[in-house]
Ligand binder design. Structure first.
Ligand SMILES: Cc1cc2nc3c(=O)[nH]c(=O)nc-3n(C[C@H](O)[C@H](O)[C@H](O)COP(=O)(O)OP(=O)(O)OC[C@H]3O[C@@H](n4cnc5c(N)ncnc54)[C@H](O)[C@@H]3O)c2cc1C
Length: 299
């Protein structure tokens, strides 16, 4: 199993921000995940499960612990008619295209979400009016409190808007099963391609970013629209900026620090609060140490 010591984590995130981590490991199967967790239990060292790093801000001071990067757990297979099982590290665009190619419909919405099966279960990732909650049959996790592998039904996962009962401080997602419907492969792939092209037109994909920064406060009042109307587009803080294409996308203009980003997030929140009296809450997760002032962004 590949293991890197004192390595920069920025390159493993889509925002390309963050300092060094003490250890980065790449398990390729469940047994290797359990082996790592067993060692960490003995040493008492902190750990963090990383997927695609596409919904994450890592602090410039990094993380003093082990990052378990799941992206080499890559198996996916139709295990029963209409049931697709995928390892935690499979990327959603890959999964959506694979499902389409074998005539399974339901994942077309996920083609533009650059996260993994694990991160998507934690976040209940969604797009184009659909979300993982609608197609997930079950999620298999390792529960580090109970110290055992547990398979959660869709109901047990308690999906909500951009969250679930899977707690990344305690649980590691190992795999998910999806219940999908049958359709002609070319019809599914045409829908998938349409969704992918729409993304290219509406998101600043040429710049490092972590997708939507803030959750939508209400289904009818998108954070992007509120930020746009509050004049947030093209705001700058150090080397971080708000995209001119989509006001809910923060982009790394080159060498942005986590400090640049958190102060930009704070200003974006203030702009929307001043104009609409609405408090925006970040969708992003964090890793590493942040000051009390910075943490107010998430409070
Ligand atoms: C260009 C772009 C577009 C995006 N569009 C969308 C969109 O349309 N809809 C949407 O919902 N999101 C979107 N996102 C955000 C992101 O892709 C999703 O939130 C995705 O589900 C995150 O998955 P990840 O694997 O990258 O998670 P990470 O960013 O790696 O981690 C996020 C959280 O999940 C936890 N986690 C990850 N893997 C595991 C695991 N195996 N076990 C336990 N915990 C785990 C981490 O510890 C962390 O707390 C977009 C991001 C980008 C960059």
């Amino acid at each position: 199993m590949e293991e890197l010591l004192n390595t920069s984590i920025a390159r493993y995130t889509t925002l390309k921000v963050g300092g060094s981590v003490s250890r980065l490991v790449h398990p390729t199967c469940t047994d290797e995940v359990l082996e790592i967790l067993e060692k960490l239990r003995k040493s008492g060292e902190p750990w963090f499960a990383l997927g695609g790093g596409s919904n994450l801000l890592v602090s410039s001071s990094g993380f003093d612990g082990t990052v378990i990067r799941m992206t080499q757990m890559q198996h996916m297979e139709q295990v029963e008619p209409g049931i697709l099982e995928a390892d935690a590290g499979v990327r959603l665009p890959h999964l959506a295209k694979y499902a389409g190619s074998i005539g399974l419909s339901g994942l077309e919405f996920a083609v533009g979400i650059p996260g993994t099966v694990g991160g998507a279960a934690v976040m209940n990732a969604g797009a184009h009016g659909s979300a993982m909650s609608e197609i997930t049959e079950s999620v298999t996790i390792f529960d580090t409190k109970a110290w055992k592998v547990v398979t959660l039904s869709n109901k047990d996962v308690q999906f909500e808007y951009r969250r679930s009962a899977i707690d990344p401080d305690v649980h590691i997602v190992l795999s998910s099963r999806y219940r999908l419907s049958s359709d002609a492969a070319e019809t599914i792939l045409a829908r998938t391609q349409h969704n992918e092209e729409y993304r290219f037109k509406t998101q600043p994909l040429g710049w490092p970013n972590a997708g939507s920064t803030f959750k939508n406060p209400e289904p009818t009042r998108g954070a992007g629209m509120l930020l746009d109307q509050a004049g947030a587009k093209e705001m700058r803080r150090g080397n971080a900026g708000v995209s001119a294409v989509h006001a809910n996308f923060v982009i790394n203009l080159g060498g942005a620090t986590s400090e640049d980003i958190t102060s930009l997030l704070r200003e974006m929140q203030e702009k929307v609060h001043e104009k609409f009296d609405i408090r925006l809450h970040p969708e992003w997760k964090r890793l590493g140490k942040f000051t009390d002032e910075e943490l107010k962004v998430w409070s």
